[in-house]
Design a protein around this ligand. Structure first.
Ligand SMILES: C[S@@+](CC[C@H](N)C(=O)[O-])C[C@H]1O[C@@H](n2cnc3c(N)ncnc32)[C@H](O)[C@@H]1O
Length: 326
Protein backbone atom coordinates (compact mmCIF):
# COMPACT_ATOMS: atom_id res chain seq x y z
CA UNK A 1 0.00 0.00 0.00
CA UNK A 2 1.35 3.46 -0.89
CA UNK A 3 2.42 5.39 2.17
CA UNK A 4 -0.06 8.23 2.67
CA UNK A 5 1.48 11.66 2.39
CA UNK A 6 0.88 14.20 5.10
CA UNK A 7 1.02 17.94 4.48
CA UNK A 8 3.31 19.81 6.94
CA UNK A 9 1.35 20.29 10.16
CA UNK A 10 0.24 23.75 11.18
CA UNK A 11 2.49 25.26 13.85
CA UNK A 12 -0.20 27.70 15.01
CA UNK A 13 -0.64 27.67 18.77
CA UNK A 14 -3.64 25.73 20.06
CA UNK A 15 -5.26 24.98 23.40
CA UNK A 16 -5.13 21.33 24.40
CA UNK A 17 -8.81 20.48 24.65
CA UNK A 18 -10.98 17.45 24.04
CA UNK A 19 -10.41 15.69 20.70
CA UNK A 20 -12.43 16.69 17.66
CA UNK A 21 -15.88 15.19 17.21
CA UNK A 22 -18.66 15.57 14.62
CA UNK A 23 -18.50 15.08 10.86
CA UNK A 24 -15.06 14.85 9.25
CA UNK A 25 -13.62 18.08 7.86
CA UNK A 26 -10.59 19.07 5.77
CA UNK A 27 -7.44 18.92 7.94
CA UNK A 28 -8.72 16.07 10.16
CA UNK A 29 -6.57 13.03 10.80
CA UNK A 30 -8.57 10.04 9.60
CA UNK A 31 -7.85 6.36 10.06
CA UNK A 32 -9.01 3.93 7.37
CA UNK A 33 -9.21 0.27 8.37
CA UNK A 34 -9.58 -2.39 5.69
CA UNK A 35 -11.35 -5.73 6.10
CA UNK A 36 -8.08 -7.39 7.19
CA UNK A 37 -7.60 -4.86 10.00
CA UNK A 38 -4.78 -2.93 8.26
CA UNK A 39 -4.84 0.72 9.29
CA UNK A 40 -3.80 3.77 7.30
CA UNK A 41 -3.90 7.30 8.71
CA UNK A 42 -4.24 10.31 6.41
CA UNK A 43 -4.76 14.04 6.79
CA UNK A 44 -7.87 14.90 4.77
CA UNK A 45 -7.15 17.33 1.91
CA UNK A 46 -9.51 18.59 -0.78
CA UNK A 47 -8.89 16.82 -4.10
CA UNK A 48 -6.27 14.37 -2.72
CA UNK A 49 -6.47 10.63 -3.39
CA UNK A 50 -5.24 7.75 -1.24
CA UNK A 51 -3.76 5.01 -3.45
CA UNK A 52 -3.86 1.53 -1.94
CA UNK A 53 -3.26 -1.79 -3.65
CA UNK A 54 -6.93 -2.46 -3.01
CA UNK A 55 -8.07 0.59 -4.99
CA UNK A 56 -8.19 4.34 -4.57
CA UNK A 57 -10.07 6.43 -2.02
CA UNK A 58 -10.70 10.10 -2.82
CA UNK A 59 -10.39 12.25 0.30
CA UNK A 60 -13.45 14.22 -0.86
CA UNK A 61 -15.57 11.09 -0.24
CA UNK A 62 -14.65 11.29 3.46
CA UNK A 63 -15.55 14.94 4.06
CA UNK A 64 -18.81 15.21 5.98
CA UNK A 65 -18.93 11.52 7.01
CA UNK A 66 -19.53 10.72 10.68
CA UNK A 67 -16.92 8.59 12.45
CA UNK A 68 -17.87 4.93 12.30
CA UNK A 69 -19.01 5.18 8.67
CA UNK A 70 -17.67 3.01 5.85
CA UNK A 71 -16.41 4.05 2.44
CA UNK A 72 -15.63 1.98 -0.68
CA UNK A 73 -12.36 2.00 -2.61
CA UNK A 74 -12.56 2.09 -6.43
CA UNK A 75 -12.12 -1.73 -6.32
CA UNK A 76 -15.17 -2.14 -4.09
CA UNK A 77 -13.31 -2.82 -0.84
CA UNK A 78 -15.01 -1.47 2.30
CA UNK A 79 -12.97 0.69 4.66
CA UNK A 80 -13.99 1.71 8.17
CA UNK A 81 -13.62 5.48 8.69
CA UNK A 82 -12.68 6.95 12.09
CA UNK A 83 -10.45 9.55 13.64
CA UNK A 84 -7.47 7.64 15.13
CA UNK A 85 -7.09 7.19 18.87
CA UNK A 86 -3.81 8.37 20.39
CA UNK A 87 -2.60 4.77 20.89
CA UNK A 88 -2.87 4.14 17.14
CA UNK A 89 -1.40 7.51 16.25
CA UNK A 90 1.82 7.13 18.26
CA UNK A 91 2.50 3.65 16.90
CA UNK A 92 2.10 4.86 13.31
CA UNK A 93 3.80 8.27 13.47
CA UNK A 94 7.19 8.98 11.90
CA UNK A 95 9.99 8.34 14.37
CA UNK A 96 13.74 8.46 14.60
CA UNK A 97 14.02 7.36 18.24
CA UNK A 98 12.14 4.46 19.88
CA UNK A 99 8.79 5.59 21.25
CA UNK A 100 7.21 4.78 24.59
CA UNK A 101 4.45 2.26 23.97
CA UNK A 102 0.85 3.04 24.94
CA UNK A 103 0.84 0.47 27.78
CA UNK A 104 3.88 2.18 29.37
CA UNK A 105 2.59 5.71 28.70
CA UNK A 106 -0.59 4.85 30.62
CA UNK A 107 1.41 3.65 33.63
CA UNK A 108 3.72 6.68 33.48
CA UNK A 109 0.74 9.04 33.65
CA UNK A 110 -0.52 7.10 36.70
CA UNK A 111 2.86 6.80 38.48
CA UNK A 112 3.55 10.52 37.90
CA UNK A 113 0.07 11.19 39.32
CA UNK A 114 -0.75 13.62 36.51
CA UNK A 115 -4.08 15.34 36.09
CA UNK A 116 -5.50 18.59 34.75
CA UNK A 117 -3.19 21.45 35.75
CA UNK A 118 -0.13 19.29 36.62
CA UNK A 119 3.34 20.58 35.68
CA UNK A 120 5.69 17.93 34.35
CA UNK A 121 9.12 17.80 32.72
CA UNK A 122 10.22 14.95 30.43
CA UNK A 123 13.62 14.21 28.89
CA UNK A 124 14.33 13.29 26.17
CA UNK A 125 11.43 14.06 23.94
CA UNK A 126 12.55 11.64 21.17
CA UNK A 127 9.70 11.40 18.67
CA UNK A 128 7.15 12.99 21.00
CA UNK A 129 4.99 9.93 21.74
CA UNK A 130 4.99 10.28 25.52
CA UNK A 131 4.70 14.06 25.07
CA UNK A 132 1.23 13.64 23.51
CA UNK A 133 0.02 11.63 26.52
CA UNK A 134 1.55 14.12 28.98
CA UNK A 135 -0.03 17.09 27.21
CA UNK A 136 -3.41 15.43 27.08
CA UNK A 137 -3.40 14.44 30.77
CA UNK A 138 -2.27 17.84 32.03
CA UNK A 139 -4.68 19.78 29.77
CA UNK A 140 -4.82 23.46 28.89
CA UNK A 141 -4.10 24.59 32.46
CA UNK A 142 -1.09 22.30 32.93
CA UNK A 143 2.45 22.65 31.62
CA UNK A 144 4.73 20.16 29.87
CA UNK A 145 8.45 20.92 29.51
CA UNK A 146 10.21 18.59 27.06
CA UNK A 147 14.02 18.61 27.09
CA UNK A 148 15.88 17.10 24.15
CA UNK A 149 19.58 17.31 23.34
CA UNK A 150 19.23 16.50 19.62
CA UNK A 151 17.63 19.26 17.59
CA UNK A 152 16.61 16.87 14.76
CA UNK A 153 14.64 14.78 17.28
CA UNK A 154 13.11 17.91 18.82
CA UNK A 155 11.96 18.95 15.33
CA UNK A 156 10.45 15.53 14.66
CA UNK A 157 8.61 15.70 17.97
CA UNK A 158 7.25 19.17 17.14
CA UNK A 159 5.84 17.83 13.86
CA UNK A 160 4.28 14.76 15.47
CA UNK A 161 2.75 16.71 18.35
CA UNK A 162 1.46 19.49 16.06
CA UNK A 163 -0.11 16.96 13.72
CA UNK A 164 -1.93 15.28 16.59
CA UNK A 165 -3.20 18.43 18.30
CA UNK A 166 -3.75 20.47 15.10
CA UNK A 167 -1.02 22.95 16.10
CA UNK A 168 1.57 23.50 18.85
CA UNK A 169 -0.07 23.34 22.29
CA UNK A 170 0.12 26.58 24.31
CA UNK A 171 0.94 24.49 27.37
CA UNK A 172 4.10 22.98 25.82
CA UNK A 173 7.71 24.16 26.00
CA UNK A 174 10.44 22.35 24.06
CA UNK A 175 13.89 23.06 25.45
CA UNK A 176 16.85 21.98 23.36
CA UNK A 177 19.78 20.97 25.55
CA UNK A 178 21.18 18.31 27.84
CA UNK A 179 19.11 17.99 31.01
CA UNK A 180 22.10 16.67 32.96
CA UNK A 181 23.88 19.98 32.35
CA UNK A 182 21.03 22.30 33.29
CA UNK A 183 22.23 25.25 35.34
CA UNK A 184 20.13 27.08 37.93
CA UNK A 185 20.12 30.05 35.55
CA UNK A 186 18.55 27.94 32.79
CA UNK A 187 15.99 26.64 35.25
CA UNK A 188 14.96 30.21 36.09
CA UNK A 189 14.94 31.31 32.45
CA UNK A 190 12.66 28.47 31.46
CA UNK A 191 10.09 29.10 34.20
CA UNK A 192 10.87 25.69 35.67
CA UNK A 193 11.94 27.10 39.00
CA UNK A 194 8.91 26.88 41.23
CA UNK A 195 8.56 23.18 41.82
CA UNK A 196 7.32 20.68 39.27
CA UNK A 197 4.83 17.94 40.09
CA UNK A 198 6.70 15.28 38.13
CA UNK A 199 9.87 14.52 36.16
CA UNK A 200 9.92 11.66 33.65
CA UNK A 201 13.27 10.40 32.37
CA UNK A 202 13.43 8.27 29.21
CA UNK A 203 17.08 8.12 28.12
CA UNK A 204 20.17 5.93 28.22
CA UNK A 205 21.65 7.38 31.44
CA UNK A 206 18.82 8.74 33.63
CA UNK A 207 21.06 8.62 36.75
CA UNK A 208 22.98 11.57 35.28
CA UNK A 209 19.81 13.68 35.58
CA UNK A 210 18.87 12.84 39.20
CA UNK A 211 20.65 15.83 40.64
CA UNK A 212 18.81 18.26 38.35
CA UNK A 213 15.51 16.46 38.99
CA UNK A 214 16.18 17.03 42.70
CA UNK A 215 16.39 20.78 42.00
CA UNK A 216 13.27 20.81 39.81
CA UNK A 217 10.70 18.82 41.77
CA UNK A 218 8.47 20.03 44.57
CA UNK A 219 8.49 18.05 47.83
CA UNK A 220 6.32 14.98 47.27
CA UNK A 221 6.62 15.31 43.47
CA UNK A 222 7.06 12.14 41.41
CA UNK A 223 10.13 10.88 39.60
CA UNK A 224 9.52 8.23 36.95
CA UNK A 225 12.32 6.58 34.99
CA UNK A 226 11.84 4.38 31.94
CA UNK A 227 14.76 2.09 31.12
CA UNK A 228 15.16 -0.77 28.68
CA UNK A 229 17.62 -3.05 30.49
CA UNK A 230 18.13 -4.54 33.95
CA UNK A 231 21.61 -3.03 34.24
CA UNK A 232 20.13 0.47 33.74
CA UNK A 233 17.36 -0.38 36.19
CA UNK A 234 19.84 -1.39 38.88
CA UNK A 235 22.10 1.61 38.37
CA UNK A 236 19.19 4.06 38.45
CA UNK A 237 17.75 2.59 41.66
CA UNK A 238 21.10 2.37 43.47
CA UNK A 239 22.02 5.93 42.53
CA UNK A 240 18.66 7.15 43.83
CA UNK A 241 19.15 5.28 47.11
CA UNK A 242 22.62 6.72 47.63
CA UNK A 243 21.45 10.34 47.57
CA UNK A 244 18.50 9.56 49.90
CA UNK A 245 16.60 12.42 48.23
CA UNK A 246 13.97 9.93 47.03
CA UNK A 247 11.55 7.62 48.75
CA UNK A 248 12.30 3.93 48.29
CA UNK A 249 12.07 3.34 44.51
CA UNK A 250 9.59 0.81 43.16
CA UNK A 251 10.05 -0.93 39.85
CA UNK A 252 7.57 -2.60 37.54
CA UNK A 253 7.02 -3.77 34.02
CA UNK A 254 3.73 -4.20 32.18
CA UNK A 255 3.09 -7.16 29.99
CA UNK A 256 0.03 -6.87 27.79
CA UNK A 257 -1.14 -10.00 26.03
CA UNK A 258 -3.74 -9.51 23.32
CA UNK A 259 -6.22 -12.28 22.49
CA UNK A 260 -7.41 -13.93 19.33
CA UNK A 261 -11.21 -14.04 19.29
CA UNK A 262 -12.75 -16.25 16.64
CA UNK A 263 -15.69 -18.58 17.39
CA UNK A 264 -14.33 -21.34 19.62
CA UNK A 265 -10.77 -20.29 18.89
CA UNK A 266 -10.38 -17.94 21.86
CA UNK A 267 -6.77 -17.88 23.02
CA UNK A 268 -3.81 -15.52 23.48
CA UNK A 269 -2.38 -14.19 20.21
CA UNK A 270 0.74 -16.01 19.08
CA UNK A 271 2.67 -12.77 18.72
CA UNK A 272 3.16 -10.18 21.41
CA UNK A 273 5.47 -7.36 22.32
CA UNK A 274 7.59 -9.35 24.78
CA UNK A 275 9.62 -6.49 26.23
CA UNK A 276 9.54 -2.72 26.07
CA UNK A 277 11.03 -1.36 29.30
CA UNK A 278 11.00 -1.12 33.09
CA UNK A 279 9.51 1.73 35.08
CA UNK A 280 11.06 3.07 38.26
CA UNK A 281 9.04 5.44 40.42
CA UNK A 282 9.71 7.33 43.65
CA UNK A 283 8.62 10.55 45.39
CA UNK A 284 10.78 13.55 46.16
CA UNK A 285 11.90 14.42 49.71
CA UNK A 286 11.48 17.90 51.23
CA UNK A 287 14.46 20.32 51.06
CA UNK A 288 17.21 19.26 53.47
CA UNK A 289 15.43 15.99 54.32
CA UNK A 290 16.72 12.49 53.64
CA UNK A 291 14.78 9.29 53.16
CA UNK A 292 14.90 7.02 56.23
CA UNK A 293 17.51 4.27 56.02
CA UNK A 294 16.05 1.04 54.70
CA UNK A 295 15.36 -1.43 57.48
CA UNK A 296 15.00 -4.46 55.28
CA UNK A 297 18.28 -6.36 54.86
CA UNK A 298 19.54 -6.77 51.30
CA UNK A 299 19.32 -10.30 49.91
CA UNK A 300 22.50 -12.32 50.64
CA UNK A 301 25.02 -11.55 47.92
CA UNK A 302 23.08 -8.51 46.65
CA UNK A 303 26.07 -6.29 47.38
CA UNK A 304 28.70 -9.05 47.42
CA UNK A 305 32.37 -8.80 46.49
CA UNK A 306 31.52 -8.74 42.80
CA UNK A 307 29.07 -5.82 43.12
CA UNK A 308 30.50 -2.85 41.20
CA UNK A 309 27.47 -0.55 40.95
CA UNK A 310 26.80 2.80 42.60
CA UNK A 311 28.01 2.85 46.21
CA UNK A 312 30.47 -0.01 45.81
CA UNK A 313 34.11 0.40 46.83
CA UNK A 314 35.20 0.31 43.21
CA UNK A 315 32.73 2.98 42.16
CA UNK A 316 34.42 6.33 41.79
CA UNK A 317 31.60 7.90 39.74
CA UNK A 318 28.80 7.89 42.31
CA UNK A 319 26.15 10.41 43.20
CA UNK A 320 27.07 12.21 46.44
CA UNK A 321 25.22 10.60 49.30
CA UNK A 322 25.59 9.25 52.74
CA UNK A 323 26.98 5.84 53.40
CA UNK A 324 26.54 2.32 52.23
CA UNK A 325 23.40 1.17 50.54
CA UNK A 326 21.21 -1.38 52.28
C1 LIG B 1 14.13 6.77 23.60
S1 LIG B 1 14.14 8.45 23.17
C2 LIG B 1 12.73 9.13 23.99
C3 LIG B 1 11.44 8.69 23.35
C4 LIG B 1 10.23 9.48 23.81
N1 LIG B 1 9.99 9.33 25.23
C5 LIG B 1 8.99 9.09 23.03
O1 LIG B 1 8.06 8.51 23.61
O2 LIG B 1 8.93 9.36 21.82
C6 LIG B 1 15.46 9.05 24.19
C7 LIG B 1 15.81 10.49 23.86
O3 LIG B 1 16.53 11.06 24.94
C8 LIG B 1 17.44 12.01 24.42
N2 LIG B 1 18.41 12.23 25.51
C9 LIG B 1 19.29 11.35 26.04
N3 LIG B 1 19.94 11.88 27.09
C10 LIG B 1 19.47 13.15 27.23
C11 LIG B 1 19.76 14.21 28.14
N4 LIG B 1 20.66 14.06 29.10
N5 LIG B 1 19.08 15.38 28.01
C12 LIG B 1 18.16 15.53 27.02
N6 LIG B 1 17.85 14.56 26.13
C13 LIG B 1 18.49 13.38 26.23
C14 LIG B 1 17.95 11.33 23.17
O4 LIG B 1 18.51 12.25 22.26
C15 LIG B 1 16.67 10.67 22.64
O5 LIG B 1 15.99 11.52 21.75
Amino acid sequence: MARPSHPKPSFDSVQVGPGRTGPLVVGDLVQLTDTRGNKTTITVRTGAILHTHRGQIPHDALIGLPEGATTMSTRGIAYLVQRPQLDDYVLGMPRQAAVIYPKDAARIVALADLGTGSRVLEAGVGSGALTCYLLRSTGATGRVFSVERRSDFAEQARENVARWFGGLPDSWDVIEGDLAEFTNEQIDQTRLGNGLDAVVLDMLAPWDCLEVADRLLRPGGALVGYVATTTQLSRLVETMRLSRRWTEPRAEESIVRTWHLDGLSVRPDHRMSGHTGFLVAARHMAPGQHAPERKRRPAPGAYGDDYAGPGSNSDSDQTAGSGEPG
